[in-house]
Design a protein around this ligand. Structure first.
Ligand SMILES: Nc1nc2c(ncn2[C@@H]2O[C@H](COP(=O)(O)OP(=O)(O)OP(=O)(O)O)[C@@H](O)[C@H]2O)c(=O)[nH]1
Ligand SMILES: [Mg+2]
Length: 363
């Protein structure tokens, strides 16, 4: 090969590589544009009330894949509708398994539908063993609600971490509101910390209880009673009526011993029967009266602001953990500290502080 041909060939190869890179970059831009326009269409369908678009959006909210998180962020931005969120009521419903939450939610939901509202039902299930098992059952139990085009029932997300479920539920609430649902019912599934999570995501918190287990207050976590804005003694029907009414009196006395709730209202105790649909309409009225008074005092705005702040801090913690603990570049230092903590050469607190200091010095 003549010597002066070599630079030309090299130039040719460079140009070839350059044009391939350009082509790939163009393809990437086109794909990104197509994805953005897909999401724009998706957002528009959602805002027009499409339940299918909403369902897909919630699946996206439940995903932990970084690419899905980015798409969700865009979708949330495109569907952001503060007016719809402001006019929506977020209602949490809790109670021990079998108390009748699902039966109650169907009747309660139907009552809101009759009043001309659109109802979304979400569940928070932090227990990994029950990732949606009860929900198929719930969908059949809420058959009449499922049939209405103005209702949306969402199975519980498969639980990974409690924080993850709560994040997905918060975003799901926003998505339901963007889709025009204005009564959001959030049911706790499973027991334990989920009550606190749901309390932190909702405006008003209903506690369903049962009468007649000997000492009425036995086995009931005082903390959960303190969170309740309304207490409903369910299954007040058949042979259970007298017992239920006695339970109302016992709980009414008990709540006087509790601190005044943050909404500065009197917690009412009522006997209902979800099965026979008694007391459901009056429960709606009680919720209306609480929400109306909280709107007029400005308490709802205050509550939601503090809930947003709570979510913000949670996201910071989650992102910090994700970006630091999972960062492969920092792994060896982290492992070294972990081993020192395990061998008790250093206290857990001191190791954590050293770790954070070393991160700060690298930024
Ligand atoms: N007698 C009577 N039975 C009821 C009432 N409400 C619910 N039940 C029954 O109680 C059982 C449990 O009701 P669910 O609505 O599934 O209770 P749940 O709290 O959703 O239960 P989990 O989802 O397992 O936590 C079912 O057999 C219902 O038919 C009621 O008001 N009266
Ligand atoms: Mg249920």
């Amino acid at each position: 090969m003549p010597q002066d041909d070599a630079p030309k060939k090299k130039q040719g190869r460079t140009a070839e590589l350059g044009s391939t890179a350009k082509l790939e970059a163009q393809q990437r831009i086109q794909q990104a544009k197509a994805a953005t326009s897909d999401i724009q269409q998706w957002a528009s369908d959602l805002c027009h009330g499409s339940r299918e678009a909403l369902s897909r959006a919630i699946t996206l909210a439940e995903s932990t894949l970084p690419t899905d998180r980015a798409r969700l962020e865009l979708l949330l931005k495109l569907t952001h509708q503060p007016d719809r969120s402001q006019s929506s009521w977020r209602i949490g419903i809790t109670g021990v398994p079998g108390v009748g939450k699902s039966t109650f939610i169907e009747e309660f939901g139907l009552e809101w539908l009759r009043k001309g509202h659109r109802v979304a039902v979400l569940a928070v299930d932090p227990s990994s063993q029950r990732s949606g098992g009860s929900i198929l059952g719930d969908k059949t139990r809420m058959e009449r609600l499922t049939r209405s085009t103005d209702a949306f029932i969402r199975p519980s997300p498969a639980a990974k971490t409690l924080g993850g479920v709560s994040r997905a539920t918060h975003e799901s609430i926003l998505l339901c509101e963007a889709a025009g649902f204005d009564r959001i019912l959030v049911e706790t599934v499973g027991v334990g910390q989920s009550e606190t999570e749901v309390k932190n995501l909702t405006d008003v918190f209903l506690l369903l209880m049962l009468a007649g287990a000997g000492d009425e207050l036995q086995g009931i976590k005082r903390g959960i009673m303190e969170m309740a804005d309304l207490i409903l003694i369910n299954k007040c029907d058949g042979l259970n009526i007298q017992q239920a009414q006695q339970a109302v009196a016992v709980y009414q006395q008990a709540i006087h011993l509790f601190p005044v709730p943050a909404g500065d209202h009197q917690v009412e105790v009522t006997a209902i029967s979800a099965l026979e649909n008694t007391g459901i309409e009056s429960t709606c009225k009680q919720v209306e009266s609480l929400m109306e008074s909280w709107h007029s005092t400005g308490w709802i705005q205050e509550l939601r602001s503090s809930q947003c702040q709570h979510q913000f801090e949670r996201h910071i913690r989650d992102l910090l953990v994700e970006q630091t603990l999972l960062n492969p570049l920092q792994q060896s230092h982290l492992e070294q500290l972990q081993s020192e903590v395990q061998r008790q050469h250093i206290s857990a607190y001191a190791a954590a502080r050293l770790w954070i200091q070393s991160l700060a010095s690298k930024t």
